[in-house]
Design a protein around this ligand. Structure first.
Ligand code: ADP
Ligand code: MG
Length: 495
């Protein structure tokens, strides 16, 4: 795959992107308090005295949030830091009563890792991860409920976030979306973040710069950022589509500035989806502006090797491994394996259907018939009226030639609308395939006898034999074995 380039007035430009993804950690309670993390509760109901920063309250690290960060680190092949520390990041934030955010600047819990992003069959990009650190989320200020007043909801205040920081290894809008998609898939497989972007549970700050062809390779060879352009950071993106549009807009904006002889100013920008443009929000602040210092209320976090080993021993099968297994064990194509592993529930469903059966047939049925129907009716796989056991039963009947392909589709329809046991339905409704040659022969003879003109034509042009096959299938209600019908028609017509 060639590198994404944009044609400017003076020549071609390349784009360099690094993402800071904020993923809300799946846990029952917050990072440093026992308050619930449940989404959609009445405002200010999930707020403990710690979250409200009442005098004398002390934070207590939530073991589950730390476990989730460690699991996420393991899934991206990262260094797990047995020593990490929490720091205070000081700023005024109306929805964070402490007046600082507890984060990890100097010693994050997870170090360098990597994510493999599939761009097309056989084309993958490696995105290096710089770090994952744990930090508190802020609450929500609401400015549009009253003309004169602002409101604040502290329910989200103190919920754990993982900030997953990539290296600037992403080279275009499509790659950026593919990276977020892959990361989200991994988090969802792990159950460490639900990945719901609409609710803001997964959001990304997108850093964009431009450079001339050849410059990125120099950066890669030396690690020297001065080969790259100055970046702007687009804050808080929570849609794959907007991430792509914002990158494109921002890259073109920077190209225009540089081509006109100007300089890109490092700053924080906001994307406006209605106008499809980015606007300056504030000049870029540096780490020292926040007066970071180790939080004196919290001891350094030291985790034991045995605990880490135990977590490692209980990791689930992750997307890449599942995809490789589906391709290896079931003989699936890269494309089908991608489709079937995109969502964990769908992958589980397929696994149950395919186990001990022909993998390719199972994939066809799951993707074309089942997913097709689910899509059409706007249903999730977990709400499928046809279970994996039922679809498996259908495939068994098809595989052992008890039913024909045509009847299998009818059976699927019955299972979808009425439910029931596939074998019993086939038995009770006389849907079995006719393999008895005597019965098929009689049907062939009848069609031939009734259509002498067609017989003459078919003898002159054997391609027309298909018409007879169709007639016999119709006469037998689709239940005749197609191979047997083909053979008999050819034989009787003397082809
Ligand atoms: P800060 O902490 O000031 O936000 P970092 O060095 O941590 O800065 O980088 C933040 C993000 O910016 C990272 O994801 C990194 O990959 C990305 N980044 C750094 N330099 C560039 C660049 N020249 N172009 C695009 N992205 C960049
Ligand atoms: Mg940043």
């Amino acid at each position: 795959m060639s590198t994404y380039r944009i044609q400017g007035a003076t020549g071609e430009w390349e784009v360099v992107i690094g993402l800071e993804v904020h993923a809300q950690v799946t846990s029952n309670s917050k990072l440093f308090s026992g308050a619930s993390t449940a989404f959609g509760a009445e405002p200010n109901c999930n707020v403990s005295l710690v979250d409200a920063a009442m005098p004398g309250m002390l934070p207590v690290p939530n073991r589950e949030c730390i476990r989730q960060a460690v699991r996420t680190g393991m899934a991206i092949e990262a260094q797990i830091n047995k020593y990490s520390r929490f720091d205070r990041k000081n700023y005024f934030y109306p929805d964070l009563p402490q007046g600082y955010q507890i984060s990890q600047l100097y010693h994050p819990i997870v170090g360098e890792g990597e994510v493999i992003v599939d761009m097309a069959p056989g084309v993958a990009r490696l995105v290096r991860i710089e770090r994952i650190h744990l930090e508190q989320d802020a609450g929500k200020s609401i400015h549009d409920m009253d003309p004169a007043m602002s409101f604040v909801d502290f329910n989200r205040t103190g919920v754990a976030l993982m900030e997953i920081v990539s290296r600037p290894d992403i080279r275009g809008p499509e790659e950026a979306a593919a990276y977020v998609t892959k990361l989200r898939q991994i988090l969802r497989y792990l159950g460490t973040c639900d990945g719901n972007m609409q609710n803001g549970n997964l959001r990304a700050d997108v850093n964009v710069s431009i450079c001339l062809p050849g410059q990125y390779e120099k950066y890669q060879a030396t690690g020297d950022f001065s080969h790259l352009g100055t970046r702007c950071e687009i804050k808080n993106m929570n849609s794959m589509r907007f991430i792509q549009s914002a990158i494109e807009y921002e890259a073109r904006r920077q190209i225009q500035i540089v081509e006109a002889g100007g300089k890109v100013v490092q700053e924080t920008r906001l994307y406006d989806p209605d106008k499809n443009e980015t606007r300056s929000m504030r000049s870029k602040e540096e780490a020292h502006d926040y007066r970071y210092f180790p939080d004196p209320d919290l001891l350094p976090l030291e985790i034991e090797q045995a605990w880490v080993d135990d977590i490692a021993a209980n990791m689930p099968e992750l997307p890449d491994a599942k995809k490789a297994r589906f391709m290896g064990d079931y003989g699936l194509t890269d494309y089908d394996a991608n489709v079937l592993t995109a969502e964990l529930d769908a992958a589980r469903f397929f696994d149950e259907v395919a186990k001990g059966r022909d993998g390719k047939t199972a994939a066809n049925w799951v993707i074309n018939e089942l997913f097709g129907r689910l899509n059409k009716e706007g249903l999730d796989i977990t709400a499928s009226p046809v279970s994996s056991a039922q679809l498996g039963g259908l495939l068994d009947l098809l595989g052992s030639d008890v039913i024909s392909g045509k009847i299998a589709k009818d059976l699927f329809e019955i299972l979808w609308t009425e439910g029931g046991d596939p074998a019993e339905i086939v038995e009770a409704r006389g849907m079995k395939q006719v393999t008895d040659t005597g019965a098929i022969e009689a049907a062939v003879d009848q069609v031939i006898a009734e259509n002498p003109a067609q017989v003459e034509k078919a003898k002159a042009n054997p391609k027309l034999a298909g018409w007879f096959v169709g007639q016999v299938m119709k006469a037998t209600g689709g239940k005749a074995n197609p191979a047997a019908v083909n053979a008999l028609v050819a034989q009787k017509l003397g082809l």
